[in-house]
Design a protein around this ligand. Sequence first.
Ligand code: FAD
Ligand code: UDP
Length: 371
Amino acid sequence: MKKYDFLVVGSGLFGAVCAQKLKQAGKQVLVIDKRSHIGGNVYTEKIEGIHVHQYGAHIFHTNNKEVWEYVNRFVEFNRFTNSPVANYKGELYSLPFNMYTFNQMWGVVTPEEAAQKIEEQRKEITGEPSNLEEQAISLVGRDIYEKLIKGYTEKQWGRDCKELPAFIIKRLPVRLTFDNNYFNALYQGIPVRGYTKLVAAMLNGIEVRLDTDYLENKEELDGLAEQVIYTGPIDAYFDYQLGYLEYRSVRFETELLEQANFQGNAAVNYTDRETPWTRIIEHKWFEFGKDDNGNEIPKTIISKEYSSEWKFGDEPYYPVNDEKNTALYQSYKELADKEGKVLFGGRLAEYKYYDMDKVIESALELCSEIL
Ligand code: FAD
Ligand code: UDP
């Protein structure tokens, strides 16, 4: 008899949801993580009363009522709505592209005037857009492409917009209404007192071992449990025998500032090509500038985000779902499907750009299959 029914490798959202569901079903569960904290990439740390998103800004948004109700069982969510501002060489524009943006860009006042302006500018694209540049111009016209899309996208992806797939830009809403809500989602918010509190509540009563690398102690750890749920990188699991999967990486430069308000908004995107960072996050505004006791915070913490090409050893952030990497992932997946004892899930093990709600959905699905 093994000591545990399940060993869950990784205490990010995928691992935490699985552990919670399995424990609720009466299973003995052990969670391990190689990092020194729980939460994976949604980890937040309280500094000077501010919950700092240590691996980049995370805004929870979903259309899935079941997922929304599930996370709300553990903590309260606030009513934060993501409305980033674009800064193009000192000119400020509202995002996503909506009537406020069109008014700021062209001085147009009515939706009809805005539609007409876009129509005039999109004429230069004839036929089906074949890359991101053409797609962007055909959605919002050249002016917005030049000032709000081109520089940002080329910094973020490290490639020319003509070499990027059209679909990337379709994620952003274009609206002929006055609506700065970045997401088209029914439910949106940030866990009050941070994401770490959410994950800790999910893992309540479950044994967690931190600073424990599964792959370095695989044999011993496998010996403890009947089954394993692995949420680390799939290529690492197989010792990179077929090659490395590539990622885009992000570097964060975080500073504590002796002032109460740096930029007046949680996110400001720098959409010109020259500014080296893509955006600046001011963490306190995710919770409206208040600490856990509802008091104004006299200082502020900002993170500048620099997008960078990933190299082996860097933190993997965004999977590069191009043909080459997708094919390599498929080959790894074939190997994974043959591993009877180990189940693979989450953004690293499935090499998928998952939003948080999708990762939770996928973990809930896996649990309903195995329970
Ligand atoms: P992870 O959080 O990466 O967890 C995996 C865990 O496994 C890690 O803790 C890791 O340490 C551990 N692990 C790996 N290998 C081993 C090993 N060998 N041994 C032990 N432990 C191991 N989603 C949104 O919905 N909204 C957002 O605004 C948003 N913003 C984002 C911003 C950025 C910069 C990034 C990169 C992602 C963002 N996401 C956002 C996506 C979100 O971060 C993911 O959906 C979610 O964190 C994935 O959870 P996971 O459990 O699959 O992976
Ligand atoms: N984008 C842009 N200007 C902005 C914000 C986004 O051109 O101010 C583009 C960019 O190409 C990005 C895409 O829109 O990759 C999708 O944006 P989103 O915010 O969804 O990107 P994420 O960081 O979540 O991948």
